[in-house]
Design a protein around this ligand. Structure first.
Ligand code: 13P
Length: 337
């Protein structure tokens, strides 16, 4: 893909009322999710669950892309179609998680750096041959008493930019995901400052490393109170502060910002996105979603590993996707609507 083609894919991923389904849980993470519904994490159960998600009727009306894990991009549906084909038949771009996880950062206490750059050019080429059109890399920034350090922000921003440029060179649109975690008792102001510093460092590195901003998407956290904060900011305050932080840090050349849900409930994640689009525009970029838990939680609980629950679980996912599509347009009017 040349730069114009990368830009065209990036724009289609944030087309009006469409967003991304993050289904790229590593084997360790999906195993923890399955434990909550008492389902054994076998390769075939993981395959069946992803097939359930991707064969949901009309999913492509609301979902533009689905992010897969390495195991999943090689799997097929029960009818023999590769899962990438199942997605393409729904007009959904297959994407791929290419980082290999957040690992302890030497010289720090409790901070991480995301790994996966070694051999990345070759892996990108393979994923392109398997049908992927976009990729994701997640960096993790933790808020604590004396962290994040400038060192941690810097090395993660550097790696994100290296990944992004390698993807563009190999023909994948990179989703750049610097996640400032919600974990902790910090307030909204602290999340705002850390998110600001992180995004500033990330765009500085993207610029230095010649990443084409038109051919990428940003996947940030929202500016939100820590999960253990004594007072938690309300929906409109989160929306207002998030948009203000992004306006200060994200160049207008970026076509879209797709939020992670990061531990927010399904309803919170939808309400926050809607408030941004309904009350805090216009903005130079699209504001949409790339939710994992906030799209899948209800469907996962509805399924519980029973084939007989597939239809009901798909109904839950379809409804959640529709509500988030409305939120991306700023027209969500509550759960009952
Ligand atoms: P959550 O929406 O569950 O945070 O997952 C999104 C994601 O892809 C994290 O990397």
């Amino acid at each position: 893909m040349n730069e114009a083609q990368l830009a065209s894919v990036a724009q289609s991923l944030v087309a009006d009322g469409r967003g991304i389904l993050a289904a790229d849980e590593s084997t360790g993470t999906i195993t923890r999710r399955f434990e909550t519904i008492e389902v054994e994490s076998t390769e075939d159960n993981r395959r069946a669950y992803r097939e359930l998600l991707f064969t949901t009727a009309e999913l492509g009306n609301y979902i533009s892309g689905a992010i897969l894990y390495d195991e999943t991009i090689r799997q097929s549906a029960a009818d023999g179609r590769p899962l990438t084909k199942v997605l393409k038949d729904q007009n959904i771009h297959p994407g791929i998680k290419v980082d290999t996880g957040a690992k302890p950062l030497a010289g720090t206490e409790g901070e991480t750096v995301t790994e996966g750059l070694d051999g990345l050019a070759d892996r990108v080429a393979e994923y392109v041959s398997l049908g992927a059109t976009f990729a994701k890399w997640r960096a993790v920034i933790t808020i604590g008493r004396h962290i994040p350090s400038a060192y941690c922000i810097h090395v993660n921003a550097h790696a994100l930019a290296r990944y992004a440029r390698l993807c563009q060179e190999g023909g994948l649109v990179p989703i750049v995901e610097p996640e400032v975690l919600m974990d902790g008792a910090h307030d909204l102001d602290r999340c705002d400052r850390v998110t600001h510093d992180t995004l500033e460092a990330v765009f500085d590195e993207l610029h230095r490393q010649r990443v084409a901003l038109e051919g990428m998407l940003l996947k940030p956290n929202m500016v939100i109170s820590g999960t253990k904060a004594e007072v938690r900011a309300g929906v409109d305050e989160v929306a207002e502060r998030t948009v203000r932080c992004l306006r200060r840090t994200v160049p207008a050349a970026v076509p879209g910002i797709v939020f992670l849900s990061g531990g927010q409930s399904e309803v919170e994640a939808t309400a926050h996105l809607n408030a941004m689009n309904a009350n805090h525009g216009p903005n130079p970029w699209k504001l949409s979603f790339s939710y994992g838990r906030a799209l899948q939680d209800g469907a996962l609980k509805g399924w519980r590993g029973e084939a007989g629950n597939t239809g009901a679980a798909q109904g839950v996912l379809q409804r959640r996707a529709l509500l988030n599509s409305a939120a991306a347009l700023g027209t969500y009017s509550g759960e009952a609507a």
